[in-house]
Structure formats: structure tokens, C-alpha cells
Design a protein around this ligand. Sequence first.
Ligand code: ARG
Ligand code: ZN
Length: 878
Amino acid sequence: PLIQRSDYQAPAYWIRTADLTFDLDGAKTIVASKLQIERNTDLPVQALRLHGEDLNLLRVLIDGQSVSFRHEDGLLVLDAPEANSFVLEIRNTIAPEKNTQLSGLYASGSGLFTQCEAEGFRRITYFLDRPDVMAVYSVTLRADKKKFPVLLSNGNLVEQGDLDAGRHYAKWSDPFPKPSYLFAVVAADLVAREQWVRTRSGKDHLLQIFVKRGDLEKTEHAMNSLIASIVWDEARFKLPLDLERFMIVAVDDFNMGAMENKGLNLFNTKYVLATPATATDADFDGIESVVAHEYFHNWTGNRITCRDWFQLSLKEGLTVFRDQEFSRDMTGSASARAVCRIGDVRRLREVQFAEDAGPMAHPVRPEAYQAIDNFYTATVYEKGAEVVRMMHTLVGREGFAAGMALYFQRHDGQAVTCDDFAQAMADANPSSHLATSLDVFKRWYAQAGTPRLTARGEFNAEAGSYTLTLRQHSTPGAAPQLLPVSVALFGRDGSAQPLQLAHESGAAGTERVLVMTRAEHRFTFTGLTGEVVPSLLRDFSAPVVLDDGLSDADLLVLLAHDTDAFNRWEASQRLATSRLLAAAASSQPTAVDAAYVQALRSVLRHPDLDPAFKDLALTLPSARFLMEAMEGVDPQALHAAREHLLDQLAEQLHEDWAWAWTAHQVREGYSPVPAQSGRRALANLALAMLVRDARRSGDTVWPGRAYQRCKDATNMTDRLGALTALVYAHAELAEPALQRFHAQFQHDPLVLDKWFMLQAGAPERDGKVFARVRQLLQHPDFTLNNPNRARALLFTWDTNPAAFHRSDAAGYVLWAEKVLEMDSVNPQLASRFARGLDRWRNLAETYRNAAREAISRVAAAPKLSSDAREIIDRALQD
Ligand code: ARG
Ligand code: ZN
């Protein structure tokens, strides 16, 4: 059944308070719920329909009297009670240990945990499980004290004590009304790192991070990130911590990254636990950003929530924007900020642009869904964040802060829509382009697909003017969108030119934002003395595909001189992309041109550029990105072309890589700060290239160094960097190094995930990676029951083009098998994995036919969850 945005109706009843008692037990938990309910008198009198899933109902009372009920379309239906206000009591049981979907109350290790977003609360008890029904919760937890010494729920602990028979209890009460998706319970054997903080108001707050015994020393970075987030939100947006106690709990088995339950965030251990010996620089960054993300939800998500799930981007797009801004502010330097931006855009283009071009394409505010869990997507999150970022560009930093203030003034405590947010932003900035073209801007919420922007410039030597014509091509049926296009012009010598528009007077700067609201605009800049190279869409000012028609010579000017680090990086990627696409289309191995190699050498040897930037500029675009720039993709040919270019760069820049490795060693003690991580990244890239080149030259020195580094590295970034170099390019030394690594870390699940990931993501040669994946599926450490482990092996493999898209179709056969196997365990996970063939229509014919067959096989399975069904049906739709 398809749920439509246009069908929204206010709830027929409100739940004002929820008084819940849990007798917690892995095999059978008893839930007693007492709800104060009021009829919504705006609507005609109607039956009370409650959501419920996989529940065992024991009794139903209204105002103390037992009443009759029926089950209809998966809902529990009670005839409308006489009174407009009444107390509903429900008693039911659930079986957490049987809950392998990890939605609702489930067991992980020896503990019990909840995940309620989006619709998990209905798997705990009958309820109006929708975000616009907000209740004040009080919760009593009872459990065996030995097995479950820690009992947590949202809000404040009001009472705790012992019961007989070795049991104990805790009572929690959350003063903030909240939707059921923000409810949480934890019962487990945990320990906590604790820290008191005083916020600007002078109030003291207790921060706690709960983890398994033995993991406490791995929580320092998460705690520091939490404190930094609290300080940042108060400084940048005047949004203070509103709770006496803020808790984070880490859990091994978790479908997503983390969850912002009010006052009791639940986290995938991946985003909490880190020490230099077990986590990479990227892991440390991931923790900082996810801790911030969940913390920021306390205002953008919890204080103001979504009216319905179509509005998901209201909280997710905005909160991603906020966590991106936080991460940038935390870096402390302009070039490190650019590095953050490049990383964000890389993900957006690899994942979201592909999504927007495939069968799961949907607007930032979707119109219809079968399973809402399928719409926690790159479009809702990352494109949604770009939409918020464009608003920020249009109204400026101060204007944006004013818009946020107005948003909270109007809507604090409410469940609202994306329109409400955009309106507050516009109303706070009445003379901005956002306000004057609000309807055009809001097409970003309504239209799917990635707009294409074409730019062509013409220099008029006589007039000393340059005319820039911008044209946007939306997807078929879509109207023009509002595009902020940040622009600068550079002379051929690399000097930034003044941007004087023909009709304007006053001093001209060297960078400005042109705002498009129509399909075509023309801008004429005057006062120019020579040919210019345009630098467009600086800092990636709008999420579009740009065709600016620049020549290699133009791109080399930007690569050498652009003052916008993003566009400087972009020039490097464009130079690589055109070469890779040409090579993939040709049947001969293509020799790389000297000008390009020399340009990369200049970047690598540049005296002023940041090592982190150099690492990004010297890293070739991923196959995933390139596949989106092609039609009728032959993944094997693309992979071969990319490998061949890497081999040539490894050889021709050999001396430069050797210099880079030596020059970027970090000698001081480990810290995950940009000043160090950039050097490690570049040194590891250099090492990988040097070991790669040894395949050609037979050199043993660099592979030997990598092998030694695998043994004696003092941090995980360097250890994994060296191991990666071997696994990617040195079959003999890779084996003992992998074995050693496994033996050393076999008791650390997060590190073992890296071990699986590394092998599944290695460059395919002669089908060895695919064979290895098959082997690893049988490894005693592999299981589909732990999402992180399943992702580490299977999701890494199905995004590894040449190991997945095989000419013998064996990859697709295995894919279909695993989709079905996963679906019977964990539908949310299965439907994510099923998306691995989203872009099958864009493949070359033989792959396409084999892919269609595999998808059809899944479609024909007798039992498929509605999650997986939606993905598979959409994939096959014309
Ligand atoms: N709200 C969470 C976050 O973005 C994600 C929860 C998603 N859960 C799900 N079942 N889809 O931080
Ligand atoms: Zn979120």
C-alpha cells in the first residue's frame, strides 16, 4: 500500500501522557501502558485506531472497564469511547530476542535496546505511532539486577531501588512532550564515562557515555565531541542544552549510525569507540560529526519535529547542514574547511546524484512511500542539507541565524513542515532572493533529479567585456530552479579579475553570487583587459551538474591559481575524468599525457598547499562517480582504464611519491587533528603508489617498508594505510600481513570490520576479490546478524565495480541470494543492500540483461518484506 503525502490528516485522537511499565526480559517482556487520550474535536467522532506490529495483546481497558476491540489492516480498532477524554490501558508482551530486525525493543549481546524511528514504537506496544502525536512520558523499568544493572529511559531519573527475587527498578520521567519515535529504553550491563558541564546560563548538566565494560578508555573523543557540540550550538545559534542529563549509549548491533532519542541518544559503536590504536583519522572525524548530528537534533528534530514522515528532511537536511558547519568550524583553518567541503560533495555526487538518476529518485520531500525506512536517503539527508546551504548562501550568515531564531519563536514544541521552515527563513530576510522568489526556491523540495547547468562565456576584446550565459536544464517535466552560482574570473596569468556588472556602479569584488531563477540568464562583466577563465559554482554553491566547456588549458589555470580550494580540486578531477572516460571508451591502453602528469607533480610538490588537499587532488575520481558520467557503462573496461592510469601515475611520479612519503611522516604523538591527518593521508597515498609501482619494477624495498609498517605502526591510520597498500598491490606480502592483523585484532569487532572491508574493496584482478568475498562469507567471524559486519563485507563488495559487475553474472547471482537471505533476518538492511543494483539500466547490455534477471529472481520470491519489495518493484518499473 502506497502512502501519499497529499492524504495527510490530523490524528483523530491526541495522546497527552504515556505511563509505561516494562518487565524486561530477553525472551518475554511485559509492557503495561496507560495513556491519557483526548479526542481531536476538530474531526468527526470516529473509532480509535492504534498501530501495533508483532505484539501479543493481553488486555485492553478504557477508564478501568474492559472493552471490545478488533484487528483491521494491522491496526487495533476500538469503537469511539463516549467521553472526549479517557484513560486507555493496554497490556501486551514482546520477544526482544526474536527481534532480528533491530526495530522496536531488541537484544544485542546481553543487553536490551530500542530503535523507534521511524515506526518501531508500534513494535513495543499499541500506540498512535506518528510524529504529530506528542505525549509526556513516564517510564518504570523492572529487570533482573545482575543481568541488567543499568536501566535507562528518556529524561530524568526520579526513583530507583531494589525489588525482591534479585530484581530492581528505575523510574524515568521526561518533561518534554515528544513523538513516539524519540522514545528509548536501555537495559544492559554497561559502564559510563561521566562529565559535568556548565552552560552559559550557569546551569550544570551531567553528560554520560555508556559502553560495555572494557570500552571506557575508547570514549574520550566522543565525550570531547559532545562538549564541543554543546558549546558550538550555543555560540553559533544560541541553542542551549535543555536537559539536566544527556546520555549516549553505544550498541554493537544497530541499523543506522545513531539515533537522537530525547536525552538518550543510541549510537552504533562505530560512532562512539575510538583509540589511536584501533580507529583511523576518518573514524575520529566520523565520531565527531555523528555525535554533533545527534546532539543538534535536540533542537532541530526534537524541540521542533516533523508533522509527518514526508517532512523528514525538515529535521535531517537541516541537521546535516548544522553538523557540516560544525565540523568545518572545528578544523580551525580555511584549507581544512575546504577539505571538509570536498569530502561532503564527493559523497553527494557519488551517492545522491546516482540515487537521483535511478529508480529510487525522489524529491527532498517525497510524495509517496511504501516503507518509510527506505526514504532515509542521501536525497533527504545530503541533498536536503544542500537545500539548507543554498538558503544560507542567499540570506547570509546573519540572515540565516535570524531565520533560525524566527523558526524557533514560531514553532518550538510543534510538529511542522518543510514549508514552515522555508517561510521562517524568508520572513526573517524579506528582501533576499529567497523571499522574493520563494516559490521558485521551494521547487528544490518538490522536484526530483539533478539539474544540469551549462555555462558559456564570450570575451569581447574591443569592449573589454565578458558575457556569461547560464542555462539550466531540469529533468523532463521539471521547472527551472533557483540556483545560486558563485563566480570568479581569472586572467590567464592567474590573477583574479574585478566583477563589474555592466549596469552596476560602485567597487567590484573578485567573487560574487549570481542568482538564477529562470532557465537562462546572461551576465556581462566590464572593465576587463584580457581573456578570462571563469571559476563557477565555487565551493559547490548549488547541487547541480556543471558543463562549463572549459578546455584543459583553462582547467590548468584554475588548478594552479583558483583562490577557491574546492574549484581548484574540481579542476584536478575534471582533468582526470576526461582522460578516464576517453580511456574507458577506447579498446587500447591509453598513454597519459605529459602536461597532466606535470600538473599533478606541481600540486604534489607545491610549497604552500595543504597535504590533505594534495591527497584529494591526487586521488582519482572513484569508479562510482565516473559511472554516473557515462552511459551504457562497462564496469570492467572502466576499472581497467582507472587501474592503468594509476599504474602510469605510480611510475611517472615515482620520485615524487618517494619524496612525499618521506616528507610527510608525522613524528609527534598521535592526534586526529587536520594538521596531522592530512600528512598521514598523503604519506599513505604515496606508499600505496610506491607499492603499486613495485608490481611493474619488481622493487622489494617499498613493499618491505609497507610490511614493516603493518607491524610497527603506532596508530590505526598508518597500520591500515600500509596494509591497504599491500592488499591492493602485493599479493604475497598481503597474506601474512592480513593474517597478522586478524590475529592481533580478532577481539575488536570494529577493527575486524575494517579487515573485511579492505579485502572486499580491493581492486579486482582475475576474479580474486570476488573469490575472496565468497570465502569470507564462510569465515567464522562473518554474520548477517550484525549490520556493521554485513555492511563491511557485502556492501563494500557490491560497490566495488569490477568485483561485483562480472561478465559471467556470478556477482548478480550472489547478490540475489544474499538479498533474500538478509531479508528474512533484517528487512531494513536487505533493502539497503538491494539498492546495489539501482543503476542497472545504465550498464552495458550484457550486464544489463544479467542484472535484470537477478532482480526479477528476487521479485519472484514468495516472501519479501515491504521494504525490499518497494526497492525491487521500483527497480523493475519502466
Ligand atoms: N534520525 C536518525 C539520524 O539521522 C536516523 C534514524 C533512522 N532510522 C531508520 N530506521 N531509518 O540521526
Ligand atoms: Zn539525523
